[in-house]
Design a protein around this ligand. Structure first.
Ligand code: F6P
Length: 463
């Protein structure tokens, strides 16, 4: 079997980005004697352009350093101030500085130049996420003829939003140089297809864009998952139980409503707290009976829009506290820090309701982890945004429009009042879906399609 090379911005052990992915791909990488390639996390004045190998918990990882300026323009600039907001349909939060694109390409060229000498002709390369859309182009420009796949972890934008991105046509041409492009959800493939159809030469009259030829690129949805059975085990582990006991002392008999999200404007955190406020305002019987915990580790906090989201959430939480707190009762707790998986699994198991209400999200693995962590005899309820990729597979959730805080407040009431038999029925369906779409199945499906001998299967759309 050919070697597998995984490429992502962050490498395992270097931050949250590669966490779940690393666990999922560790076994496959070991079996296929491959390695992981990415940024080292180091910013230096004069980077060595050759990659350095490191063993990280038995995983072979090759990394390069970047300069502070290159990293800024590529990561905080083009990737997270232009691509991220646009792909999440928040053009109002995009900041466009023309020179960031050069930094973005420069870093992709550096990745390609450092990776190329490490490749064997039959290596299969799997590139992850929006930071690295041009990587296949840059590798091919240097002569690589390997099978190269790309997986987008975030939603694919509508054509209108895509057109607002500087150099979008070049980026789409970059995608056309992959053999396989994987997306989270069918909705994303549909958006991609709409763009690609408008690129066909016949529809170009009056269209200033040049056509992009997608005829050699296979595009399909591959919904990512977690390992729900691992979360089931973790949720009753000693570390999880310790967290449960800590929380139970504070909660006493109150029902826990839980949110766990990076502090990102795409997660709809202020709207979520407003929905909780409406629950308490419309249903006084829940006061003193419920408690909301929002875990929100800071993310990309050098970017102004992230700081503003953090401020907005501070203000919203303060408002709810001021309105409903009593000297001996707090309606909510808000923690801006990250917790390890065992503690989270404990919190998930304790929570009667998980509020997973992003305004737009690729998949949302918190939904999967929450489902995996439930007690089958007394499971909690998942309230899920219809704009998360997870909504395509989780029909046992209560689905909400996160922009409609009245609807979310009502969903919360329904979840808190839901009888045990309905909770078990919904959770059984959710767990079935979480298992069917677990992270191993996801990786196997993608890699099978990317394998050299693969022929396109039924249901595939070659664009
Ligand atoms: O959801 C996309 C993603 O890049 C994830 O892969 C990652 O966990 C998250 O965003 C955090 O990203 P960053 O590397 O910017 O902290």
């Amino acid at each position: 079997m050919s070697r597998l090379i995984v490429v992502s911005n962050r490498t395992p052990g270097k931050g949250p980005a590669a966490g779940g992915l690393a666990i999922a791909l560790r076994k496959t990488l070991a079996e296929r004697e491959g390695f992981w390639f990415g940024w080292s996390g180091r910013l230096v004045d004069q980077p060595d352009r050759e990659a350095r190998f490191e063993d990280i918990d038995g995983l072979s990882v090759a990394q390069i350093d970047l300069t502070r300026d290159d990293h800024h323009d590529y990561y905080a600039g083009f990737s997270n101030s232009i691509l991220w907001p646009s792909f999440h349909l928040r053009l109002d939060l995009a900041t466009i500085e023309a020179h960031w694109y050069e930094g973005y390409r420069r870093v992709n060229v550096q990745f390609a130049r450092a990776l190329l000498p490490l490749l064997k002709p039959d290596d299969v390369i799997w590139v992850h996420d929006y930071h690295l859309m041009p990587l296949a182009s840059e590798l091919r420009n240097l002569g690589a003829r390997n099978r190269i796949g790309f997986y987008l972890h975030i939603p694919f934008p509508t054509s209108d939003a895509l057109y607002a991105i500087p150099h979008h046509n070049d980026l789409m041409r970059d995608l056309s140089r992959y053999d396989l492009v994987g997306m989270q959800a069918k909705r994303d493939v549909a958006a991609f297809t709409e763009f690609a159809d408008h690129q066909s030469p016949s529809s170009l009259s009056g269209n200033p864009l040049k056509s992009v030829d997608f005829s050699r690129t296979e595009v399909d949805s591959f919904p990512i998952g977690s390992d729900p059975d691992a979360f089931a085990r973790l949720s009753v582990s000693p570390a999880a139980t310790k967290m449960v006991k800590r929380m139970e002392r504070v909660l006493r008999e109150q029902k826990l409503i839980l949110g766990v999200d990076r502090l990102d404007y795409s997660k709809g955190l202020p709207q979520r707290v407003e929905a909780y406020e409406k629950l308490l305002a419309n249903n006084s019987r829940f006061r003193r009976q419920v408690h909301m915990l929002q875990v929100a580790p800071p993310s990309r906090d050098t970017i102004k829009e992230y700081q503003e989201t953090s401020d907005a959430l501070d203000a919203m939480c303060g408002r709810v506290m001021g309105r409903f707190a009593e000297p001996d009762w707090q309606p909510l707790t808000y923690v801006k820090r990250a917790y390890g998986q065992p503690s989270l699994a404990g919190l998930y198991r304790l929570a009667k309701v998980a509020l997973v209400t992003p305004l737009r999200d690729g998949m949302n693995l918190v939904a999967h982890e929450y489902v995996g962590s439930q007690n089958p005899a007394d499971p909690g309820v998942l309230v899920l945004s219809r704009f998360a990729g997870a909504a395509e597979i989780f029909d046992g959730a209560i689905e909400v429009n996160p922009f409609d805080t009245d609807e979310t407040a009502e969903a919360l009431r329904i979840a808190l009042d839901m009888p045990l038999d309905e909770r078990i029925d919904r959770w059984t369906r959710l767990m079935h879906a979480a298992r069917e779409h677990n992270v191993d199945a996801w990786a196997a499906r993608f890699l099978e399609r990317l394998a050299p001998a693969t022929t396109a299967g039924s249901g595939t759309r070659d664009i």
